[in-house]
Ligand binder design. Structure first.
Ligand code: 5RP
Length: 258
């Protein structure tokens, strides 16, 4: 059964690449156009009455804004959201999206979130927006997770274009960095572009971005190894969480299903 599932996802993947290469689309679209198209297409999966996980990042924000507009114009009602970051909380409040929490709603109907990489088995790298911890908690509590992005995020192998972000307790920075090196990665402390100071997450931790030359041959085993080190809070490898991917390319939108 699992093999059959893998095959079907792989086939879609090949079709996707074929489609992108040969369909004649609007090549004048910017990356920002593609992000907006992906986010808005994913928002169409939200129906009235749902508890919605609100993702973080420059693509997911378009889904959040589309949900806000649909609430305002009456196409959606009775929606409550759980934001995956303080940044998204502020945006949802600005848009008038009612918010909830896990005490009131332990189960989320649908989450729409961004991605940094997705492989043919729907494994993800997330966290370049520093929200990976809350994002993984929200995704794990969700019946469905739709990931959104432009076609640059499709990879054959995780770790080939993005690092694996690892959220770490500040006290443990040195021993965790040494451990991550021993696993074959190059960990880099993430810094704020403007100030040069370490990025501090919503849970007051730091992030070590781990680069793997040639990508990850066995992401599941690497995820387990990373998690086993004291001081590691979470990593940005997401397995068995995404159920659908909405991918925007100049040639059009692809919907990939696991
Ligand atoms: C934040 C994330 C983002 O969803 C991911 O980095 C994609 O962001 P963007 O759509 O801006 O490329 O995981 O922690």
């Amino acid at each position: 059964m699992r093999g059959a599932q893998r095959f079907s996802v792989g086939s879609l993947w090949l079709c996707g690449f074929f489609f992108l290469e040969f369909a004649s689309g609007d090549m004048s679209k910017t990356i920002e156009d593609l992000k907006r198209e992906a986010g808005e297409a994913a928002a169409a999966y939200v129906v009235s009455g749902m508890v919605v996980g609100l993702g973080t990042g420059s693509t997911a924000v378009h889904a959040v804004r589309a949900i806000g507009r649909m609430l305002q114009n009456g196409r959606l009602h009775n929606i409550v959201g759980i934001p995956t970051s303080e940044e998204t909380r502020r945006e949802a409040e600005r848009l008038g999206i009612p918010l909830t929490n896990f005490d009131e709603n332990p189960t989320i109907d649908i989450t729409i979130d961004g991605m940094d990489e997705i492989d043919p088995e729907f494994n993800l790298i997330k966290g370049l927006g520093a929200a990976l911890l809350r994002e993984k908690i929200v995704a794990t509590a969700s019946k469905q997770m739709i990931v959104v992005g432009d076609d640059r995020k499709l990879v054959d192998k995780l770790g080939t274009r993005a690092p694996v972000p690892v959220e770490v307790i500040p006290f443990a920075r040195q021993p965790v960095a040494a451990y991550l090196k021993s696993l074959g990665s190059r960990p880099v402390l993430r810094l704020e572009r403007e100030t040069g100071q370490p990025v501090i997450t919503d849970e007051n931790n730091i992030i070590l971005d781990c680069w793997f030359d040639g990508g990850l041959d066995n992401p599941v085993a690497m995820g387990q190894a990373i998690r086993s080190q004291p001081g590691v809070v979470e990593h940005g490898l997401f397995f068995n969480l995404a159920t659908r991917a909405v991918v925007a390319a100049p040639a059009g939108i692809q919907i990939l299903e696991r």
